[in-house]
Design a protein around this ligand. Structure first.
Ligand SMILES: [Zn+2]
Ligand SMILES: [Zn+2]
Length: 331
């Protein structure tokens, strides 16, 4: 089958992915093999390709927002049949027995395995997935529209939960990529007042179009104190900008697997029970909850579609901030 392989991380300008042929995956016991229709391109894929996120193994097929149809079913799998549509996301497996797994916090499992990092991902014609971690997708979304929901959407939703935002509250979003695009729609559905800070004027306009009350740059202070904020940019200065805008008792949720640094800051910014929290992965519960909500709202995603052969181009455009909405590879 065709696959875009990362053999050696390097700058995106040097086209780190190599398109090649690799053997088809085989469904081991407990697994499904899907024929991939579409796979979203995430900033995490870019960080892995460039080496900002250390590879767990090489070569690896990146991609953790795959939508496809079941082609073969491994021994012992129940509930899935050939032809069923399924989604594959970042959380590819957990130990199932540790304290985190047994207390509804499988996102923190030390034995967790991740799609496109520990296991081959969706930048390929086929993908093998642990059947317990394959996600059922609501029928309202076409394959290309469903793919970006599987990372940006789900993690955006978990970030909303971690931020503690309540219906009707004042929420700040710092950065306005694929994940924030989903989060703003959920927050508006909850009746929140949303304030968006992002460098790009086009993104500021898009935020206003999606119902944001206000949009400005990272250095602009929103016109009201925020009950909660989520930062999406992998930049510590942005975390401090969010903290500066926060109301007493509020939380900044950092939606980033990799941050350049956390700058030193005055304790006054944190005083009055303000909190800083990171957002790590998601649980299968988050994913199913978000997908049902996304279908009910419904959450709309803008996508820019690339053929698999142009995976390097998609990464380069993402790096340059040129993607409007979400980049998706179509197989
Ligand atoms: Zn565990
Ligand atoms: Zn992702």
């Amino acid at each position: 089958m065709r696959a875009a392989l990362l053999e050696e991380p390097r700058p995106v300008a040097e086209r780190p992915l190599r398109l090649g042929e690799i053997p088809d995956p085989v469904a081991a016991p407990g697994e499904l093999v899907l024929r991939v229709a579409a796979c979203g391109v995430c900033r995490t894929d870019l960080q892995l390709a460039e080496g900002d996120l250390t590879a767990h193994r090489l070569p690896i097929v990146p991609g953790h927002q795959a939508v496809g149809r079941v082609e073969s079913v491994g021994e012992g799998v129940t509930g899935w049949a050939a032809g069923d549509r399924a989604g594959v996301a970042w959380l590819g497996g957990t130990c199932g027995t540790c304290g985190f797994c047994r207390s509804g916090r499988e996102n923190l499992c030390p034995g967790a395995r991740f799609t496109g990092w520990d296991r081959d991902g969706g930048y390929a014609d086929r993908i093998a997935v642990d059947a317990g971690f394959a996600l059922r997708l609501p029928p309202g979304f076409a394959d290309l529209a469903a793919a970006p929901l599987l990372c940006g959407g789900v993690i955006g939703y978990r970030s909303l939960r971690v931020s503690g935002i309540q219906p009707g509250g004042r929420l700040g979003l710092y950065g306005f990529g694929a994940s924030a695009l989903c989060a703003v729609q959920v927050a508006r559905h909850w009746g929140c007042e949303v304030f968006v800070c992002t460098r790009s004027q086009a993104e500021q306009q898009r935020a206003l179009d999606l119902g944001a009350a206000w949009a400005g740059g990272y250095d602009d202070l929103p016109p009201a104190r925020l009950d909660a904020a989520i930062t999406f940019a992998p930049v510590g200065d942005v975390v401090l900008a969010a903290l500066r805008a926060l109301e007493r008792g509020g939380t900044v949720a950092i939606n980033a697997i990799h941050l350049d640094r956390v700058p030193e800051f005055s304790y006054d910014l944190l005083w009055w029970e303000r909190s800083l929290r990171s957002v790590a992965n998601f649980t299968r519960g988050d994913a199913q909850e978000f997908l049902a909500l996304a279908a009910a709202i419904p959450v709309r995603t803008a996508t820019e579609v690339f053929p698999l052969e142009q995976a390097n181009t998609a990464l380069a455009r993402l790096a340059a901030g040129e993607i409007h909405g979400a980049a998706v590879l179509e197989m």
